[in-house]
Design a protein around this ligand. Structure first.
Ligand code: ADP
Ligand code: MG
Length: 404
C-alpha cells in the first residue's frame, strides 16, 4: 500500500479536486432551521492537506457526502453550514456551489484561481454517486487536473466521488494521489495488515460478533493473541457452554464462535469475570461475578477486574496493539470501567513505545470520552473502512490511487 501523496505532485497553478470527509454532525434535522456544524473535528482533520495545497498555489475544488439524504430535496443535508465553518477556520471565502456537477459548476471551476476554494454540493444529492455512475464520474473528472483523496472513511465504498472519478482521471493521465490524512491511516493500519511487529495483541469487543467474524479470522492469522470483551464475549462464553442469562448472545453465530474457538486454541482470551445487571439501564445495579455465575436473569454489561488483570498480563511486552470495540456498555457510567481502564493500560503502553491503534467509531468515541485520545499512537477516523482494511480487504478508493 505504497501510494503517491500530495507531496509527489506539482500543484502550482493546477485545479485540484479533493475528496474530503466533511460528514460532520449538524445542529438540526429541520431544513427550516439555521443549521450549524456541532463538531468540526473532521473539517480540521483535512486542514494539513488543504493548507499544503493552497500554500503551493493550487485552486481547490472540494467535495464530500454529508449524512444520508434520499434526494436533493432533503435540504437539511446541504453543504452550506460546512462551507460557513470551513471559511471561518481558513479565514478565506469558500465558494459554495448548489450542485455537485452541471453547467454552473463547470463554468465556475474553469475560472478558479490559485488560492481559491470551491465546495461542491453534497455528493449524495446525485443519484449516480452511490451507483458509481460513469457519467457522474466523468463530469467530476473534467473539473480538475489532479485528484486527491483524503476521505479514508469512504475508501471502502466504490462511489463516483471516490473510486469512479479517480478511475477516469487516472485513465486521462492525471495524477490520483492520497492526502495527508489518508496517508496517515494507510501507514498505521497498513503496518498492522502487511508487516505487523510482534508480539501483536488484538483486542476485540463491541456489541455483535456477526459483524466481526471475518475480522477475527484475519486477526487470528496475523496476531499472536486476541483478547475478547464486550457483548461479543457472551456469544463465545455461551459457545463454551456457560450460562449467559439475559446477556446479548447471537444464537445464529454460535457455530461460528465455536469454530473460531477451536481454531484459536489458547490464543483467544475470554473474560474470566463480568459486571452483570438485571436490566439494560444506566441506573441498573452492577455486580461483579465470575463467568461461571452469571445467573439466569442477569445480563453481562462489562468485563470485570480479574479479566482486566488477565488482559494486562497478556498485553505485557506487546509491540503492536490493535483495539476494536468497547469492553462494555461504556455509554452507561456504571459499565464503563472495563473500557476506561483498558484505555488507561493502552495509553501507558503507548507512552512506553508500543504502537497502539484504535479502530471503530464507538471505540474511538470511548477513548475520547476517557480523555486519552492524544495518548494513543493512532485513532482511525474511518469506522467501516478501518475494519475492512484490517479484515484484509482491498479498498476500492485506495486501490485506485497511483502507486509510489
Ligand atoms: P465499534 O464502533 O468501535 O466498532 P461496535 O459498534 O461493534 O464498536 O460496538 C459498540 C457498542 O457495543 C456500544 O454501543 C456498546 O454499548 C456495545 N456493547 C459493548 N459491550 C456490550 C455488552 N456486554 N452488551 C451489550 N452491548 C454492548
Ligand atoms: Mg460502532
Amino acid at each position: 500500500m505504497n501510494k503517491k501523496t500530495v507531496e509527489d505532485v506539482d500543484v502550482q497553478g493546477k485545479k485540484v479536486l479533493v475528496r474530503v470527509d466533511f460528514n460532520v454532525p449538524l445542529s438540526s434535522k429541520d431544513p427550516n432551521d439555521d443549521i450549524t456544524v456541532t463538531d468540526d473535528t473532521r473539517i480540521r482533520a483535512a486542514l494539513p492537506t488543504l493548507h499544503y495545497l493552497l500554500d503551493r498555489g493550487a485552486a481547490l475544488i472540494l467535495c464530500s457526502h454529508l449524512g444520508r439524504p434520499k434526494s436533493p430535496a432533503d435540504r437539511q443535508f446541504a453543504m452550506d453550514p460546512v462551507a460557513a465553518r470551513l471559511s471561518e477556520i481558513l479565514d478565506r471565502p469558500v465558494l459554495k456551489m448548489d450542485e455537485v456537477v452541471g453547467d454552473e459548476v463547470t463554468a465556475v471551476a474553469a475560472t478558479l484561481q490559485p488560492g481559491q476554494i470551491m465546495l461542491l454540493e453534497n455528493t449524495r444529492f446525485e443519484p449516480g454517486e452511490k451507483k458509481n455512475d460513469p457519467a457522474l464520474s466523468a463530469q467530476l473528472a473534467v473539473l480538475a487536473d489532479v485528484y486527491v483523496d483524503d476521505a479514508f472513511g469512504s475508501a471502502h465504498r466504490a462511489h463516483a466521488s471516490t473510486e469512479g472519478v479517480a478511475q477516469v482521471m487516472r485513465a486521462e493521465g492525471k495524477p490520483v494521489v492520497a492526502g495527508f490524512l489518508m496517508e496517515k491511516e494507510l501507514a498505521a493500519l497498513g503496518t498492522a495488515v502487511a508487516n505487523p511487529p510482534h508480539p501483536y495483541v488484538a483486542i476485540m469487543g463491541g456489541a455483535k460478533i456477526s459483524d466481526k467474524i471475518k475480522l477475527i479470522e484475519n486477526l487470528l492469522d496475523k496476531a499472536d493473541v486476541i483478547l475478547i470483551g464486550g457483548g461479543m464475549a457472551n456469544t463465545f462464553l455461551r459457545a463454551k457452554g456457560y450460562e449467559t442469562g439475559t446477556s446479548l448472545v447471537e444464537e445464529d453465530a454460535l457455530p461460528e464462535a465455536a469454530r473460531l474457538l477451536e481454531t484459536a486454541g489458547d490464543r483467544l482470551a475470554l473474560p474470566i469475570d463480568l459486571v452483570v445487571a438485571d436490566k439494560f439501564a444506566a441506573d441498573a445495579l452492577a455486580e461483579i461475578v465470575p463467568v461461571e455465575h452469571i445467573g439466569a436473569n442477569k445480563m453481562a454489561l462489562d468485563i470485570g477486574p480479574a479479566t482486566l488483570d488477565l488482559f494486562r498480563q497478556k498485553l505485557q511486552g506487546a509491540k503492536l496493539v490493535v483495539w476494536n470495540g468497547p469492553m462494555g456498555v461504556f455509554e452507561f457510567d456504571r459499565f464503563a470501567a472495563g473500557t476506561n481502564q483498558l484505555a488507561e493500560i493502552l495509553a501507558e503502553q503507548a507512552s512506553q513505545g508500543t504502537q497502539v491503534i484504535i479502530g471503530g467509531g464507538d471505540s474511538a468515541a470511548a477513548v475520547k470520552k476517557a480523555g486519552l485520545a492524544d495518548k494513543m499512537s493512532h485513532i482511525s477516523t474511518g469506522g467501516g473502512a478501518s475494519l475492512e482494511l484490517l479484515e484484509g480487504k482491498t479498498l476500492p478508493g485506495i486501490a485506485v490511487l497511483d502507486e509510489a
